[in-house]
Design a protein around this ligand. Structure first.
Ligand code: ADP
Ligand code: MG
Length: 568
């Protein structure tokens, strides 16, 4: 009787579900599983830290719509992954995690790396299970992928104890044919579409907000079409950027504060009214703004504020129906309206302020100058990965996205350390699907520290990622060398070293030398320009460009302090 070993059963089940990429770190008891995965034709990428492996796997899920898999060992391996699982679940991104576990014979008596893995994963998962035997594995893998992708996307966890991994089962009992169609589309209630139409056509100050749900839903074509034809102003959330180009005439990103504050009707497409959108509340929004909320997750409707129209639907069918009605009456929101005049004026004012801040090119550089010149050089269609505090916030407004799913950042959970893993996933997806497309990983120096050793992974898999470290020698900010040395010249270093400080002007670019490669250091704009131009020609390796900026460089004065702004 022909039998199949469990490693092969797992690998072939994943392949049957359309899984393409696995990111992991192997060790007992999943070594053979990783090899079975490669034998089954899955792409296996060995990473240096489980958390980063998990970030890479979830970015693949977001970019391709098919979950990536994260493979890890038991106990601490899985615990490192839970940070990544939480991030994926918060971002509503599909992900499948597979971990080895201590043998069931050793459970309860202190087995090697024994841990309550299914229970530990559950808070971060839609589905978490230990398949009970070999022949049920394909069923649980199908279910894991289905749970990760149907409804609001999220995380599935599968637990494999060592004794199960070493088992096998008769081939006749294994059914690899269990599959499911792509997630079904949820169509909107026609009454909701009519209500939305009525509100939008009567609005004095309408605004569309595009979130990363719209990016994940591939809503770019219909949304571009509707926005061009109706001339409605729009704003994108950080990862909603590019669904409709940041360069579109209707983009009011530069008037964000005024647009949010003064809009009377907001069409909210695939974005939650959480901290990123200031909870949808005053003073950042008008207290009587009417929100048309479209989300496929019904529990999300009316969250934080009560929506005027709450639509449980996929974005695409909703927008198609709405646009049909708007088009039928030739709806076009006039450029001559007071609303457009105000928004344009605000955009102009803000752009002028930023331009003036970007013009001071004498060192030490500030963020605005750096990003202004980076934006001038990088290709329009590059995927931008970004993390850090000011680096991410200022970079978001200055580095433009013209295409959907081309920005990956700290996201809903505000997670630091995601950058290198996201960039690795993006570079692999580009290599396989969009050859020649560039991945630019814009990191604060502190953010880079979290997963910096993934540089070795990038080198090993020959991934042409441009890592731009905007180095202010600290968390939020650091110190000039003289000040740093002076405050630490006397006393206990743990008492006198400011918690925000990192070593002054650390030469991160020299990490490239570990691989016999060259990195770049820039303190001035011409050096940055030369380095970036050269970096963009590299096809088979990553590079670090380390830009030293003023340790006390800051954001332009903000109208609101977002963390403490309102008593809710
Ligand atoms: P952002 O960070 O851009 O504000 P969020 O992650 O907060 O975005 O919100 C994304 C929302 O999009 C989630 O509430 C999710 O349920 C929803 N969503 C995801 N896919 C779709 C879809 N195809 N149609 C409608 N809503 C979607
Ligand atoms: Mg910093």
């Amino acid at each position: 009787m022909a039998t199949l070993d469990v490693n092969t059963i797992i690998a072939r089940s994943l392949k049957a579900q359309g899984i393409e990429y696995v990111f992991g770190i192997i060790g007992i008891p999943v070594i053979e599983l990783s090899m079975a995965m490669q034998a089954a034709g899955l792409k296996y990428i060995g990473m240096r830290n489980e958390q980063a492996a998990c970030y890479a796997a979830q970015a693949v899920g977001y970019l391709t719509g098919k979950p990536g898999v994260c493979l890890c060992v038991s106990g601490p391996g899985l615990l490192h992954v839970t940070g990544g699982m939480a991030n994926a679940q918060m971002n509503c991104w599909p992900l499948v995690v597979i971990a080895g576990a201590t043998s069931e014979d050793h459970e309860g008596i202190g087995g090697f790396q024994e841990y309550l893995q299914v229970e530990a994963s559950r808070p971060y998962c839609k589905y978490a299970v230990r398949p009970p035997n070999a022949s049920l594995i394909p069923l649980h893998i199908e279910k894991a992928v289905r749970y990760a992708t149907y409804g609001r996307p999220g995380v599935s966890y599968l637990d494999f104890p060592a004794n199960l991994l070493q088992a096998s089962a008769p081939e006749s009992k294994i059914n690899f044919e269990l599959t499911h169609p792509p997630p079904p589309l949820t169509y909107p209630d026609p009454e909701c579409v009519r209500e939305a139409f009525k509100l939008l056509t009567h609005a004095q100050r309408p605004l569309i907000i595009i979130g990363k749900g719209a990016a994940y839903a591939h809503s770019e074509n219909i949304l571009r079409h509707m926005i061009e034809n109706t001339n409605l102003p729009f704003l994108a959330t950080p990862m909603g950027k590019g669904v409709v180009s940041d360069k579109a005439k209707q983009c009011v990103a530069s008037a964000r504060t005024a647009a949010l504050q003064k809009a009377d009707v907001i069409l909210l497409l695939g974005a939650r009214l959480n901290w990123i959108l200031h909870f949808g509340r005053a003073p950042r929004f008008s207290a009587d703004v009417k929100i048309i909320q479209v989300d496929l997750c019904p529990e999300e409707l009316h969250n934080s504020v009560r929506s005027a129209v709450a639509v449980q639907a996929d974005i695409n069918p909703f927008v198609e129906h709405l646009f049909e009605q708007l088009n039928a009456v030739n709806f076009n929101f006039s450029d001559n309206s007071d609303w457009w005049k105000l928004l344009k004026e605000q955009c102009y004012k803000n752009k002028t302020t930023i331009r003036s801040m970007a013009m001071t090119t004498s060192p030490p550089l500030n963020y605005y100058t750096v990003f202004h010149h980076v934006q001038e050089i990088i290709p329009d269609d590059a995927i931008i990965v970004s993390e850090g505090a000011n680096t991410m916030d200022i970079g978001r407004s200055m580095l433009l996205n013209t295409l959907p799913r081309h920005r990956l950042d700290a996201g809903t959970f505000g997670t630091m350390g995601v950058g290198p893993g996201f960039a690795i996933a993006a570079a692999l997806v580009c290599r396989d699907r969009y050859p020649g497309k560039r991945v630019i990983c814009v990191e604060g120096d502190s953010a880079f520290g979290f997963s910096g050793m993934e540089l070795e992974t990038m080198v090993r898999y020959k991934l042409p990622i441009t890592i731009l470290i905007v180095n202010n020698s600290g968390i939020y900010g650091g110190f000039e060398k003289d000040t740093f040395d002076a405050i630490r010249s006397d006393g206990d270093l743990t008492q006198v070293t400011p918690p925000s400080a990192l070593t002054v002007e650390t030469r991160y670019e020299r990490m490239m030398e570990m691989f016999g490669m060259k990195g770049y250091f820039a303190r001035e704009i011409p050096q940055l320009q030369d380095a970036l131009k050269e970096a963009l020609t590299l096809k088979d390796r990553p590079v670090i460009i380390n830009v030293a900026i003023n340790p006390s460089a800051d954001r332009k004065p903000q109208a609101f302090n977002w963390l403490t702004e309102s008593k809710l």
